[in-house]
Design a protein around this ligand. Structure first.
Ligand code: SF4
Length: 376
Protein backbone atom coordinates (compact mmCIF):
# COMPACT_ATOMS: atom_id res chain seq x y z
CA UNK A 1 0.00 0.00 0.00
CA UNK A 2 1.34 3.47 -0.87
CA UNK A 3 0.42 6.79 0.75
CA UNK A 4 -2.17 7.70 -1.88
CA UNK A 5 -3.94 4.35 -1.53
CA UNK A 6 -3.90 4.74 2.24
CA UNK A 7 -5.35 8.25 1.98
CA UNK A 8 -8.13 6.97 -0.26
CA UNK A 9 -8.94 4.17 2.15
CA UNK A 10 -8.86 6.47 5.18
CA UNK A 11 -11.34 8.83 3.53
CA UNK A 12 -14.03 6.14 3.96
CA UNK A 13 -16.39 5.94 6.92
CA UNK A 14 -16.61 2.15 6.96
CA UNK A 15 -13.93 -0.43 6.27
CA UNK A 16 -13.90 -3.86 4.69
CA UNK A 17 -11.98 -6.84 6.06
CA UNK A 18 -9.40 -6.20 3.33
CA UNK A 19 -9.01 -2.59 4.51
CA UNK A 20 -8.51 -3.68 8.12
CA UNK A 21 -5.99 -6.31 7.07
CA UNK A 22 -4.10 -3.67 5.09
CA UNK A 23 -4.00 -1.39 8.17
CA UNK A 24 -2.69 -4.20 10.35
CA UNK A 25 -0.02 -5.08 7.77
CA UNK A 26 1.55 -1.60 7.63
CA UNK A 27 5.24 -1.43 8.57
CA UNK A 28 6.49 1.64 6.65
CA UNK A 29 6.90 4.40 9.31
CA UNK A 30 5.28 7.17 7.27
CA UNK A 31 2.23 5.02 6.51
CA UNK A 32 1.89 3.82 10.10
CA UNK A 33 2.10 7.40 11.37
CA UNK A 34 -0.66 8.43 8.98
CA UNK A 35 -2.91 5.59 10.17
CA UNK A 36 -2.31 6.36 13.86
CA UNK A 37 -2.94 10.07 13.25
CA UNK A 38 -6.25 9.32 11.56
CA UNK A 39 -7.31 7.20 14.54
CA UNK A 40 -6.32 9.97 16.97
CA UNK A 41 -8.17 12.62 14.94
CA UNK A 42 -11.33 10.52 14.68
CA UNK A 43 -11.19 9.93 18.43
CA UNK A 44 -11.08 13.70 18.91
CA UNK A 45 -13.96 14.25 16.50
CA UNK A 46 -16.21 11.68 18.15
CA UNK A 47 -15.19 11.87 21.84
CA UNK A 48 -13.67 15.35 22.22
CA UNK A 49 -10.29 16.01 23.82
CA UNK A 50 -10.88 14.34 27.19
CA UNK A 51 -8.93 11.34 28.39
CA UNK A 52 -10.89 9.34 30.98
CA UNK A 53 -9.09 7.95 34.02
CA UNK A 54 -10.10 4.91 36.09
CA UNK A 55 -8.13 4.33 39.30
CA UNK A 56 -7.09 0.66 39.06
CA UNK A 57 -7.21 -1.41 42.25
CA UNK A 58 -5.89 -4.99 42.04
CA UNK A 59 -7.73 -6.41 45.01
CA UNK A 60 -6.43 -10.01 44.99
CA UNK A 61 -4.24 -12.30 42.91
CA UNK A 62 -5.78 -15.61 43.98
CA UNK A 63 -7.21 -17.45 40.96
CA UNK A 64 -8.87 -20.83 40.36
CA UNK A 65 -7.91 -20.91 36.66
CA UNK A 66 -4.71 -21.78 34.90
CA UNK A 67 -4.51 -19.69 31.73
CA UNK A 68 -1.16 -20.50 30.16
CA UNK A 69 -0.13 -16.90 29.48
CA UNK A 70 -0.80 -15.59 32.97
CA UNK A 71 1.71 -15.05 35.78
CA UNK A 72 -0.89 -15.38 38.54
CA UNK A 73 -2.47 -18.61 37.24
CA UNK A 74 -3.24 -21.17 39.90
CA UNK A 75 -0.45 -23.47 38.75
CA UNK A 76 2.25 -20.85 39.41
CA UNK A 77 3.21 -21.85 42.93
CA UNK A 78 5.96 -19.21 43.02
CA UNK A 79 3.41 -16.36 43.00
CA UNK A 80 3.03 -14.59 46.35
CA UNK A 81 -0.70 -14.53 46.98
CA UNK A 82 -2.52 -11.62 48.62
CA UNK A 83 -5.94 -10.09 49.11
CA UNK A 84 -6.27 -6.45 50.11
CA UNK A 85 -8.33 -5.60 53.18
CA UNK A 86 -11.64 -3.78 52.73
CA UNK A 87 -10.08 -0.70 54.30
CA UNK A 88 -7.17 -0.78 51.84
CA UNK A 89 -9.57 -1.07 48.90
CA UNK A 90 -11.72 1.84 50.09
CA UNK A 91 -8.68 4.04 50.77
CA UNK A 92 -7.25 3.30 47.31
CA UNK A 93 -10.64 4.23 45.81
CA UNK A 94 -10.69 7.40 47.91
CA UNK A 95 -7.32 8.39 46.44
CA UNK A 96 -8.76 8.00 42.92
CA UNK A 97 -11.94 9.92 43.77
CA UNK A 98 -10.00 12.79 45.36
CA UNK A 99 -7.74 12.92 42.29
CA UNK A 100 -10.94 13.57 40.30
CA UNK A 101 -10.82 10.35 38.27
CA UNK A 102 -14.60 9.86 38.53
CA UNK A 103 -14.33 6.07 38.25
CA UNK A 104 -12.42 3.19 39.77
CA UNK A 105 -11.59 -0.17 38.19
CA UNK A 106 -11.49 -3.25 40.41
CA UNK A 107 -9.67 -6.33 39.24
CA UNK A 108 -8.70 -9.73 40.68
CA UNK A 109 -7.89 -13.27 39.72
CA UNK A 110 -11.04 -15.32 39.28
CA UNK A 111 -12.92 -16.89 42.17
CA UNK A 112 -16.57 -17.83 42.36
CA UNK A 113 -16.88 -18.93 46.02
CA UNK A 114 -19.39 -17.17 48.27
CA UNK A 115 -16.66 -15.75 50.51
CA UNK A 116 -15.13 -13.90 47.56
CA UNK A 117 -18.47 -12.86 46.04
CA UNK A 118 -19.66 -11.33 49.31
CA UNK A 119 -16.24 -9.72 49.89
CA UNK A 120 -16.48 -7.92 46.54
CA UNK A 121 -20.10 -7.01 47.30
CA UNK A 122 -19.08 -5.39 50.58
CA UNK A 123 -16.20 -3.55 48.90
CA UNK A 124 -18.57 -2.10 46.29
CA UNK A 125 -21.07 -0.97 48.92
CA UNK A 126 -18.31 0.74 50.89
CA UNK A 127 -16.71 2.40 47.87
CA UNK A 128 -20.10 3.74 46.79
CA UNK A 129 -20.78 5.12 50.27
CA UNK A 130 -17.32 6.69 50.47
CA UNK A 131 -17.64 8.35 47.06
CA UNK A 132 -21.04 9.85 47.98
CA UNK A 133 -19.48 11.19 51.20
CA UNK A 134 -16.64 12.63 49.09
CA UNK A 135 -19.19 14.66 47.10
CA UNK A 136 -20.14 12.52 44.06
CA UNK A 137 -23.93 12.67 44.44
CA UNK A 138 -24.70 9.41 42.61
CA UNK A 139 -21.48 7.66 43.55
CA UNK A 140 -18.32 7.10 41.51
CA UNK A 141 -18.25 5.00 38.37
CA UNK A 142 -17.04 1.42 38.71
CA UNK A 143 -15.46 -0.97 36.26
CA UNK A 144 -15.35 -4.57 37.49
CA UNK A 145 -13.08 -7.26 36.12
CA UNK A 146 -13.64 -10.51 38.01
CA UNK A 147 -14.19 -12.90 35.13
CA UNK A 148 -16.99 -15.35 34.55
CA UNK A 149 -19.64 -15.41 37.27
CA UNK A 150 -23.28 -16.47 37.62
CA UNK A 151 -26.14 -14.16 36.76
CA UNK A 152 -26.98 -13.92 40.44
CA UNK A 153 -23.45 -12.76 41.28
CA UNK A 154 -23.40 -10.15 38.51
CA UNK A 155 -26.76 -8.85 39.76
CA UNK A 156 -25.63 -8.72 43.40
CA UNK A 157 -22.57 -6.72 42.40
CA UNK A 158 -24.65 -4.40 40.19
CA UNK A 159 -26.91 -3.61 43.14
CA UNK A 160 -23.95 -3.16 45.48
CA UNK A 161 -22.30 -0.65 43.14
CA UNK A 162 -25.15 1.79 43.81
CA UNK A 163 -24.99 3.46 40.41
CA UNK A 164 -26.01 1.40 37.41
CA UNK A 165 -25.54 4.32 35.03
CA UNK A 166 -21.78 4.19 35.55
CA UNK A 167 -21.28 0.47 36.01
CA UNK A 168 -18.95 -1.42 33.68
CA UNK A 169 -17.52 -4.88 33.34
CA UNK A 170 -14.40 -5.87 31.44
CA UNK A 171 -14.22 -9.49 30.29
CA UNK A 172 -11.72 -10.08 27.53
CA UNK A 173 -12.14 -12.80 24.93
CA UNK A 174 -8.32 -12.76 24.45
CA UNK A 175 -8.65 -14.14 20.88
CA UNK A 176 -11.43 -15.19 18.50
CA UNK A 177 -9.19 -17.94 17.07
CA UNK A 178 -10.92 -20.82 18.83
CA UNK A 179 -8.10 -23.42 18.68
CA UNK A 180 -5.77 -20.74 20.04
CA UNK A 181 -8.33 -19.80 22.71
CA UNK A 182 -8.45 -23.46 23.79
CA UNK A 183 -4.65 -23.65 23.89
CA UNK A 184 -4.37 -20.49 25.99
CA UNK A 185 -6.89 -21.82 28.49
CA UNK A 186 -5.81 -25.43 28.75
CA UNK A 187 -3.30 -25.22 31.61
CA UNK A 188 -3.52 -28.25 33.85
CA UNK A 189 -3.39 -26.69 37.30
CA UNK A 190 -6.87 -25.16 37.58
CA UNK A 191 -10.42 -25.01 36.24
CA UNK A 192 -10.85 -24.80 32.45
CA UNK A 193 -12.40 -22.02 30.42
CA UNK A 194 -14.58 -22.34 27.33
CA UNK A 195 -15.45 -19.94 24.55
CA UNK A 196 -19.16 -20.64 25.05
CA UNK A 197 -19.01 -19.70 28.73
CA UNK A 198 -17.18 -16.48 27.88
CA UNK A 199 -19.86 -15.43 25.39
CA UNK A 200 -22.60 -16.38 27.81
CA UNK A 201 -21.07 -14.19 30.51
CA UNK A 202 -20.81 -11.25 28.12
CA UNK A 203 -24.49 -11.70 27.19
CA UNK A 204 -25.51 -11.85 30.86
CA UNK A 205 -23.64 -8.64 31.62
CA UNK A 206 -25.38 -6.87 28.77
CA UNK A 207 -28.77 -8.18 29.90
CA UNK A 208 -28.19 -6.84 33.42
CA UNK A 209 -27.37 -3.35 32.16
CA UNK A 210 -23.60 -3.25 32.55
CA UNK A 211 -21.50 -1.31 30.07
CA UNK A 212 -19.73 -4.26 28.54
CA UNK A 213 -16.06 -4.33 27.63
CA UNK A 214 -13.89 -6.97 26.08
CA UNK A 215 -10.55 -7.19 24.31
CA UNK A 216 -7.76 -9.38 23.04
CA UNK A 217 -4.05 -9.81 23.35
CA UNK A 218 -2.11 -8.68 20.29
CA UNK A 219 0.82 -10.71 18.97
CA UNK A 220 0.07 -14.04 20.68
CA UNK A 221 2.31 -16.81 19.28
CA UNK A 222 0.21 -18.56 16.62
CA UNK A 223 -2.13 -15.57 16.06
CA UNK A 224 -2.45 -14.25 12.48
CA UNK A 225 -3.45 -10.84 11.15
CA UNK A 226 -6.65 -12.44 9.86
CA UNK A 227 -7.36 -13.46 13.47
CA UNK A 228 -7.07 -9.82 14.52
CA UNK A 229 -9.50 -8.77 11.78
CA UNK A 230 -11.93 -11.41 13.07
CA UNK A 231 -11.39 -10.06 16.58
CA UNK A 232 -12.54 -6.62 15.41
CA UNK A 233 -15.60 -8.13 13.74
CA UNK A 234 -16.32 -10.05 16.94
CA UNK A 235 -16.22 -6.80 18.95
CA UNK A 236 -18.78 -5.40 16.50
CA UNK A 237 -21.05 -8.43 16.69
CA UNK A 238 -20.93 -8.36 20.50
CA UNK A 239 -21.90 -4.67 20.28
CA UNK A 240 -19.43 -3.83 23.06
CA UNK A 241 -19.19 -0.43 24.73
CA UNK A 242 -15.51 -0.51 25.58
CA UNK A 243 -12.29 -2.33 24.80
CA UNK A 244 -9.05 -3.08 26.60
CA UNK A 245 -6.28 -4.45 24.42
CA UNK A 246 -2.56 -4.78 24.85
CA UNK A 247 0.45 -6.55 23.42
CA UNK A 248 1.04 -10.17 24.37
CA UNK A 249 4.00 -10.24 26.75
CA UNK A 250 5.61 -13.45 27.94
CA UNK A 251 5.32 -14.35 31.61
CA UNK A 252 7.86 -16.56 33.33
CA UNK A 253 5.16 -17.46 35.82
CA UNK A 254 3.04 -18.67 32.91
CA UNK A 255 3.31 -21.84 30.84
CA UNK A 256 4.10 -20.39 27.39
CA UNK A 257 7.72 -19.32 27.81
CA UNK A 258 8.93 -21.72 25.12
CA UNK A 259 6.44 -20.22 22.63
CA UNK A 260 8.41 -16.95 22.70
CA UNK A 261 7.03 -13.53 21.83
CA UNK A 262 7.31 -11.05 18.98
CA UNK A 263 10.28 -8.76 18.66
CA UNK A 264 9.48 -5.54 20.57
CA UNK A 265 9.54 -2.96 17.75
CA UNK A 266 7.42 -5.16 15.54
CA UNK A 267 4.99 -5.84 18.39
CA UNK A 268 4.69 -2.14 19.20
CA UNK A 269 3.86 -1.29 15.59
CA UNK A 270 1.33 -4.13 15.35
CA UNK A 271 -0.30 -3.10 18.63
CA UNK A 272 -0.65 0.50 17.48
CA UNK A 273 -2.00 -0.65 14.09
CA UNK A 274 -4.58 -2.84 15.87
CA UNK A 275 -5.66 -0.02 18.19
CA UNK A 276 -6.00 2.35 15.24
CA UNK A 277 -7.83 -0.15 13.02
CA UNK A 278 -10.23 -0.90 15.88
CA UNK A 279 -10.86 2.79 16.48
CA UNK A 280 -11.67 3.29 12.80
CA UNK A 281 -14.05 0.32 12.79
CA UNK A 282 -15.73 1.13 16.14
CA UNK A 283 -15.61 4.93 16.47
CA UNK A 284 -17.99 5.32 19.44
CA UNK A 285 -16.52 2.81 21.95
CA UNK A 286 -14.07 3.65 24.71
CA UNK A 287 -10.63 2.10 24.20
CA UNK A 288 -8.17 1.83 27.10
CA UNK A 289 -4.41 2.23 26.72
CA UNK A 290 -3.18 -0.91 28.49
CA UNK A 291 -0.45 -1.09 31.11
CA UNK A 292 1.13 -3.81 28.96
CA UNK A 293 1.94 -1.11 26.40
CA UNK A 294 3.88 0.77 29.05
CA UNK A 295 5.79 -2.41 29.88
CA UNK A 296 6.61 -2.93 26.23
CA UNK A 297 8.09 0.55 25.90
CA UNK A 298 8.34 3.50 28.34
CA UNK A 299 5.64 6.01 27.40
CA UNK A 300 3.70 3.21 25.67
CA UNK A 301 0.34 4.31 27.04
CA UNK A 302 0.83 7.75 25.49
CA UNK A 303 1.53 6.02 22.19
CA UNK A 304 -1.75 4.15 22.70
CA UNK A 305 -3.58 7.46 23.12
CA UNK A 306 -1.88 8.70 19.96
CA UNK A 307 -3.28 5.62 18.18
CA UNK A 308 -6.94 6.01 19.18
CA UNK A 309 -7.24 5.18 22.92
CA UNK A 310 -9.29 7.51 25.14
CA UNK A 311 -9.14 5.77 28.54
CA UNK A 312 -6.27 5.27 30.98
CA UNK A 313 -6.21 3.16 34.12
CA UNK A 314 -3.48 4.42 36.46
CA UNK A 315 -2.66 1.94 39.21
CA UNK A 316 -3.72 3.13 42.68
CA UNK A 317 -3.26 -0.26 44.39
CA UNK A 318 -1.37 -0.01 47.72
CA UNK A 319 2.38 -0.41 47.31
CA UNK A 320 2.69 -3.48 49.52
CA UNK A 321 0.98 -5.74 46.98
CA UNK A 322 1.67 -4.19 43.59
CA UNK A 323 4.68 -6.34 42.77
CA UNK A 324 2.59 -9.49 43.30
CA UNK A 325 0.08 -8.76 40.53
CA UNK A 326 2.42 -9.87 37.75
CA UNK A 327 0.24 -10.99 34.87
CA UNK A 328 3.36 -10.82 32.65
CA UNK A 329 7.05 -10.08 33.20
CA UNK A 330 8.34 -6.67 34.37
CA UNK A 331 4.87 -5.13 34.66
CA UNK A 332 5.16 -1.37 34.97
CA UNK A 333 3.70 0.65 37.81
CA UNK A 334 4.99 -1.81 40.43
CA UNK A 335 7.61 0.57 41.79
CA UNK A 336 5.83 3.87 41.47
CA UNK A 337 4.45 5.75 44.46
CA UNK A 338 0.79 6.80 44.24
CA UNK A 339 1.74 10.41 43.60
CA UNK A 340 3.70 9.34 40.54
CA UNK A 341 0.26 9.32 38.91
CA UNK A 342 0.48 13.11 39.00
CA UNK A 343 3.68 12.82 36.93
CA UNK A 344 1.95 10.38 34.61
CA UNK A 345 -0.87 12.86 34.06
CA UNK A 346 1.57 15.67 33.22
CA UNK A 347 3.46 13.48 30.78
CA UNK A 348 0.27 12.33 29.11
CA UNK A 349 -1.07 15.81 28.64
CA UNK A 350 2.28 17.04 27.27
CA UNK A 351 2.80 14.14 24.87
CA UNK A 352 -0.74 13.51 23.64
CA UNK A 353 -2.35 16.97 23.70
CA UNK A 354 -5.31 15.50 25.60
CA UNK A 355 -6.76 16.86 28.84
CA UNK A 356 -7.77 14.74 31.81
CA UNK A 357 -11.57 14.48 32.01
CA UNK A 358 -11.90 15.06 35.74
CA UNK A 359 -14.98 14.61 37.93
CA UNK A 360 -16.97 12.94 35.17
CA UNK A 361 -17.79 9.31 34.48
CA UNK A 362 -16.50 9.18 30.93
CA UNK A 363 -18.91 6.44 29.88
CA UNK A 364 -18.59 5.56 26.22
CA UNK A 365 -20.62 7.38 23.62
CA UNK A 366 -21.71 3.97 22.38
CA UNK A 367 -23.33 3.16 25.73
CA UNK A 368 -24.80 6.62 26.26
CA UNK A 369 -26.39 6.65 22.81
CA UNK A 370 -27.87 3.21 23.40
CA UNK A 371 -29.34 4.22 26.75
CA UNK A 372 -30.28 7.79 25.85
CA UNK A 373 -28.03 9.20 28.58
CA UNK A 374 -26.67 12.77 28.56
CA UNK A 375 -23.04 13.84 28.02
CA UNK A 376 -20.16 11.88 29.57
S1 SF4 B 1 -5.95 -14.62 33.06
FE1 SF4 B 1 -7.38 -14.28 34.75
S2 SF4 B 1 -8.53 -16.20 34.97
FE2 SF4 B 1 -6.69 -16.66 33.75
S3 SF4 B 1 -5.17 -17.34 35.26
FE3 SF4 B 1 -4.86 -15.12 34.98
S4 SF4 B 1 -6.08 -14.13 36.57
FE4 SF4 B 1 -6.76 -16.27 36.38
Amino acid sequence: MNLQTLENTLSQETFSDEDLLAFLSLTEPALCSRLWREAYDRTTRVHGNALWFRGLIEISNYCIYDCRYCGIRKGNHAAQRYTLTLDEIVEAARYAVRAGYGSVALQAGERTDEKFVSFVEEALVRIHRMSVEEGIAEGCGMTLSFGEQTEETYERWAQASGNRNALRYLLRIETSNLPLFRYLHSGQGGAQKTWEARLQSLALLRKLGYQVGTGVMIGIPGQSLADLVRDIRTFESLDVDMLGMGPYLVSHGGAMVEDGMMQKDVLLTLTRNMLAATRLALPTVNIAAATALETLVPGGRSLGVLSGCNVMMPNVTPQRTRASYQLYDNKQGTEAEPDSNVELEKELVAVTGREIGRHRYGSSLHFRSRRGLPAA
